[in-house]
Design a protein around this ligand. Sequence first.
Ligand code: DAT
Ligand code: MG
Length: 139
Amino acid sequence: MTERTLVLIKPDGVERGLIGAIVARIEAKGYGIERLELVQATGDQLAAHYAEHEGKPFYPPLVEFMAAGPLVALVATGHGVIQGFRSLAGQTDPTTAAPGTIRGDLGRDWGLNVQKNLVHGSDSEESAAREIAIWFPEA
Ligand code: DAT
Ligand code: MG
């Protein structure tokens, strides 16, 4: 069965006009795009998506940031795509994310209490299945 991962292009990526640049990196790597939608996240979706971070200091600003404008949800496919997209995205902190990665090349620290780091990618098969169901409930 084809491996799938849930990618979000966060509101900072949409606002900065980086949808195309980010999707191009996924396609250039050779992964498929199975679903893709521009959506305004609901509070329920974000609470489910970031449940593991509830109670952390960055959780309230994270949820506020993710609801501040439209985001792109997409399902990328291919052997090893879960780990492969995390590798394309780079480390969480865009200041130290390696050059060559999405966060390293296109992101920076804006001095806020949440890191605006352009993309989300599922971190395991379990997370991918859970997250795809949040953003593409009909799939
Ligand atoms: P990742 O998105 O790399 O999987 P994560 O799941 O640990 O990172 O955190 C979710 C998001 O929350 C992350 O993309 C940016 C924000 N975040 C995480 N840790 C943070 C911190 N220490 N300070 C500010 N924002 C943080
Ligand atoms: Mg994470």
